[in-house]
Design a protein around this ligand. Structure first.
Ligand code: BES
Ligand code: ZN
Ligand code: MN
Length: 522
């Protein structure tokens, strides 16, 4: 080897990160240290810029008053008539060469339903369309403070991109600012800064974590990424249990899932206290950084999608980040139950029996029903150590929920009517909607094991999502208000939605943020 090549090889060898206690070097390929995408700075103003790209939310075929000057309005009216554009919800008309503007996008809100949601969505669609636009961007059209903040938020969610592994023809993502025009610019700016900006950051964190491949995000690196995101945010306390600690406590169900992997499991707890000493709301998420199925191996086609099997844990971290960074007047604790489910030589086998923290025993009949196994121990740990006022689980738990609800709704399972009602209305308010699914006492009967307290699957199937929920609920004491959200159908967008580009959706950041702010602890 040439001398300088040796020098380069040695230099890069020196920066190979330590991969945990086993010193796993994996493929030896260094994960990119490049930052992900740039985001455009957001601000609010009272007058409409006369150049750059302009987005106008449209209720109908009529231009909102004051969006543009008279000459531009005349040209736009002609274009609207020629295109028979009606401003319908979700419709867009993109125009070039009008006035001094590089582009004008008319983005339809329609005239029905929730005005704020419609504006957020119209801005989100425009944000996706303008992802490569080099010019500064303005959004204008007689917006109130609430509407302007919603437009900024929609734009922020829509512009999301994940660029860090592209090296060919890589263009720097445009970072020119977005200006949202409103006569109430001060109020809009306050709304944005005190709530929406943090929520957008939470969603981006969740999407980043879920999009990263499993050779980059594994339990330990998930913890480090989340830790970095929280930084020195006030009133946040982070605790992490490693495998030795969990073994010592007897968390055999969680540790069992990760024991076929060279990447050791972790339990990460992020507590945000914005409301003094009251009992926190606990959000406990499945964080399987890769789900191969384990010894009950999954088929190869589409298996890559299981890099996103930690979405729930990521979304929960995003929600807690949003609440903490916006200094919300709430107490919450976000928990990530982190393991990699792999078929290694030390992997657990179908038929193995494991014991949870509380001493309950589980017969693991299928190692691919692993989400419920990590959540069993995580729930017991949180209830015993944090005494939460209520506990919400979130998990990409079953293919069964995808069959039932696809990507329109996440499945809601709950034994508590008040918590269920709060979740349903938070879903309606945020557009991250839930559909209530059944829990029946027969389900628990069906899950009785011949040799242990419970088995993790029912052979022959049955109502898969309900059985999974029932299993998780078995590890939550009856006095703690409890709900479980099965997000296997909503965590990944196969096609773009109004505020969700194709890919990891960060689903539930907004829902849990809203729940924490509206749920009244009894
Ligand atoms: N992570 C999967 C569920 C999943 C499936 C998420 C499709 C996203 C898309 C989960 O761990 C799993 O493997 N579930 C099994 C459970 C079965 C073995 C009882 C399933 O749904 O098939
Ligand atoms: Zn899984
Ligand atoms: Mn699985």
């Amino acid at each position: 080897m040439h001398r300088s090549l040796i020098a380069i090889a040695l230099a890069s060898a020196a920066v190979v990160p330590a991969f945990g206690q086993d010193n796993v070097v994996g493929s030896g390929i260094l994960p990119s240290a490049a930052t992900n995408s740039a985001t455009r700075p957001m601000s609010f103003a009272q007058s409409v810029p006369t150049k750059g790209a302009l987005v106008i939310p449209m209720r109908s075929a009529t231009l909102p008053a004051g969006a543009v000057d008279a000459t531009t309005a005349q040209a736009l009216d002609a274009a609207i008539a020629a295109a028979k554009y009606e401003g319908k919800e979700g419709s867009m008309l993109s125009l070039r060469g009008i006035g001094g503007y590089s582009r004008i996008i008319l983005s339809g809100t329609g005239d029905e339903g929730d005005r704020i949601a419609n504006i957020r969505n119209a801005a989100g669609k425009a944000g996706q369309d303008l992802r490569d636009e080099a010019q500064p961007i303005a959004i204008a059209g007689g917006l109130s403070a609430d509407e302007a903040a919603a437009a900024a938020f929609g734009y922020a969610l829509g512009q999301y991109r994940f660029d860090r592994y592209k090296t060919i023809d890589k263009k720097a993502p445009p970072a020119n600012p977005v200006t949202v025009v409103t006569s109430e610019s001060g109020a809009a700016d306050t709304l944005w800064k005190t709530r929406h900006a943090a929520m957008a950051e939470g969603v981006a964190l969740a999407r980043d974590l879920a999009t990263e491949p499993a050779n980059v995000i594994y339990p330990e690196s998930f913890v480090e990424r989340a830790r970095t995101a929280f930084g020195t945010t006030a009133n946040v306390k982070i605790e992490v249990l490693d495998e030795a600690a969990m073994r010592k406590l007897g968390m055999g169900s969680l540790v069992g899932v990760g024991q076929g992997s060279r990447r050791p499991s972790r339990l990460m707890l992020v507590e945000y206290r914005g409301a003094g000493t009251g009992a926190p709301l606990a959000f406990v998420g499945k964080g399987i950084t890769f789900d191969s199925g384990g010894i009950s191996l999954k088929p190869g086609a589409g298996m890559w999608e299981m890099k996103g099997d930690m979405s729930a844990a990521a979304n929960i971290m995003g929600a807690v980040l949003s609440l903490a960074k916006s200094k919300a007047n709430v107490n919450v604790i976000g928990v990530a139950a982190l393991s990699e489910n792999m078929p290694g030589g030390n992997a657990q086998r179908p038929g193995d029996v494991v014991r949870t923290l509380s001493g309950k025993t589980i017969e693991v009949l299928n190692t691919d029903a692993e989400g419920r196994l990590v959540l069993a121990d995580a729930n017991e740990y949180v209830i015993a150590n944090k005494k939460p006022a209520a506990l919400v689980n979130m998990a990409t738990l079953t293919g069964s929920i995808v069959g039932a609800l696809n990507d329109e709704y996440a499945g809601l399972f709950s034994r508590n009517e008040r918590l269920a009602a709060s979740l349903l209305s938070a879903g309606t308010a945020t557009g991250e909607e839930l559909w209530r699914m059944p829990l029946h006492k027969n389900h628990l009967e069906d899950m009785k094991s011949d040799i242990a307290d419970i088995k993790n699957v029912v052979e022959g199937g049955g109502p898969g999502a309900s059985l999974g929920a029932t299993f998780i609920g078995f590890f939550v004491d009856k006095d703690t208000p409890w709900a479980h959200l099965d997000i296997a159908g909503v965590n990944w967008a196969d096609k773009a939605g109004p505020v969700t580009p194709k890919g990891a959706s960060g689903w539930g950041v907004r829902l849990l943020d809203e729940l924490a702010r509206t749920y009244r602890v009894e």
